[in-house]
Write a protein that binds this ligand. Sequence first.
Ligand code: BT5
Length: 269
Amino acid sequence: MSNLGVILRLNIKKLQDGLRTQFLGRNIVFSHAATSTNDIARELANKGADEGTVVVSETQTSGRGRLSRTWMSPFGGLWFSAILRPRLKPSDASKLTFAAALAVAKTLRGLYYLEVSTKWPNDVLVSGKKTCGVLAEMSASGERTSYVVLGIGVNANFEAKALPEELWEKATSLKTELGRNINVERLFNTLLENLESIYLQSLKRGFLSVLEEWKTFATFLRTQVKVTDENEEWIGVALDVNVDGSLSLELQDGTLKRIFVGDVSVLTE
Ligand code: BT5
């Protein structure tokens, strides 16, 4: 087993004492090799786990992205999922993706002074390359959200080259960008504190206040982008992200298009 795994495990145990949160991470469920922390968190949430329960794993054997895509989760990364029980309409629950991405962006900038940006809908980039992805999944009954599982993956203490070659152009890690290992415990701790405070802000003051702050990191806005979904592809200027979480694109013929699901790549001339 890698040393990093051992360090992460020990630190996570110690971490709970020093964590300055009200509820997030008060209960931490640790695993060496989960299938997916989102799956474990959903099982726990279905059994009634408290809001704030966090599942952390040193590696994931079936880490997932959106649309069942594979999320590479080697040792050294920070892979975790938080159970939240917000009083939100089910249609609003996915907006917590922006809260999580903002928390990661603020944390990475604050701790490491890196060039951090957010990219619609769920990416956090360092020097223009994906370093973190967020996967929000929810369960609802009728018009009530019973829980949201917020899965966050940060490429921390492994070299970007540990990822498959096809990702090298668009993905990086903190270790590669900083040229050193980071203190994963501190990252986790600070990230949970920021996430809790942004989550509470979003419930108290509304999603718009979170979105406005998220946009301050969104350097892809007002640039030429390509947006793809499973069937189509559009090229245009990314104008704005709306309060419903959709992306407004000005297409090359001047028409406006609202996109609800997709992937953005920034086009460089
Ligand atoms: C995401 O999906 O970016 C969401 C990733 C969420 C991961 C966390 S880890 C804890 C929790 N447990 C889980 O099982 N998931 C969550 P999406 O936007 O669909 O991006 C997926 C795409 O990113 C893949 O198709 C690859 O192209 C790329 N990718 C895969 N692994 C990556 C990595 N480690 N770093 C950067 N890019 C990656």
